[in-house]
Write a protein that binds this ligand. Structure first.
Ligand code: UTP
Length: 295
């Protein structure tokens, strides 16, 4: 079995990033030189994914445009003697097919994943959140490692986790491991936003999942939870409670998750990516040092 399809939900409204997200998707906000969702697509290509199914919505058409070949732009660059800049569009030609379906009502991440059911059918699949980057240069192979473990363990749910400080456990879905926790561990359950001090671990869900098609049966039955939304965590919990096999993988060092869902983490991500930029990073570092000296 070789899993080469990923569902990328990008239909959320992004209220925490208003007004920037009023008329453009948060997944298209630039982090350094590229929009968030381009890093996601490049990372998935690096792990062998060849088909991307975006769960999209109104106000999100720029995502479709971004992954289309733009012959007008190519002609313009050629005609104006700027062929060297065509390299910036290499991602358009990566070995990937793109598909789009709409989530017509904002009923949460679980509902967004359920919108993929008619197209995914009876096959296992990856879910990668379109607003989260893993690592700096889209070189993480976390999804490839997750797929290996999924197949080895004949799992139903595989989730990537990142260690977070205890003060942050209330913000995330947190792993409840079964037995010892190594780089790969057995997952008993996922607890949504536990009260600090009562968390089963400090490992937070990190935006990448692999599911067997069983998840759809549970999503169909999942009642609306927090925020009146259908929560993916609730359906995962149900799959595991019903005897489904769960595996957790820890992100390695260098695979930090950049969550472009709020201004604090967006500003931090942009700064880190800009500082790592080949051409502009050093100059920016000097500028920031100067700026900080003045304040
Ligand atoms: P968030 O949980 O950050 O929700 O989405 P949101 O609605 O985008 O943002 P806020 O809370 O209003 O600020 C995590 C990922 O799931 C997608 C989002 O597009 C994002 O990539 N999502 C979320 C959907 O596709 N549909 C939804 O109904 C909710």
């Amino acid at each position: 079995m070789s899993i080469d399809i990923a569902v990328v939900p990008v239909a959320g409204i992004g209220t925490r990033l208003l007004p920037a997200t009023k008329s453009q998707p948060k997944e298209m906000l630039p982090v350094g030189r590229k929009p968030v969702v381009q890093y996601v697509a490049e990372e998935l290509a690096h792990s062998g994914i060849r088909r991307l199914l975006f769960i999209t919505g109104a106000r999100k058409t720029t995502i479709e445009n971004h992954f289309d070949e733009d012959s007008e732009l190519i002609t313009h660059l050629r005609d104006s003697g700027r062929e060297h800049e065509l390299a910036e569009l290499d991602f358009e030609r990566q070995d990937m097919q793109y598909f789009y379906t709409r989530q017509r009502r904002q009923l949460g991440l679980g509902h967004a994943v359920l919108c993929a059911a008619p197209l995914i059918g009876d096959q296992p699949f990856v879910v990668a959140l379109g607003d989260s980057i893993i690592g700096m240069h889209a070189q993480s192979d976390i999804v490839g490692r997750m797929l290996d473990e999924f197949e080895k363990a004949r799992a139903d749910v595989v989730v990537a986790f990142e260690e977070v400080p205890e003060s942050d456990v209330e913000k995330y879905g947190i792993a409840k491991p079964r037995g010892p926790v190594g780089d790969v561990f057995e997952l008993e359950s996922v607890v949504e936003k536990p009260v600090r001090g009562e968390q089963p671990s400090n490992l937070a869900v990190a935006a990448r999942y692999v599911f067997s098609p069983k998840i759809f049966d549970f999503l169909r039955q999942t009642k609306r939870g927090k925020g009146n939304e259908i929560q993916l965590t609730d359906a995962m919990h149900e799959v595991l409670q019903a005897g489904g096999k769960g595996i957790g993988l820890r992100l390695k060092s260098g695979e930090q998750r950049f969550d472009i869902g709020n201004y604090q983490s967006y500003f931090r991500a942009f700064t880190e990516f800009a500082l790592a930029d080949d051409k502009e990073g050093d100059g920016l570092r000097d500028y920031l040092k100067e700026l900080l000296r003045e304040t």
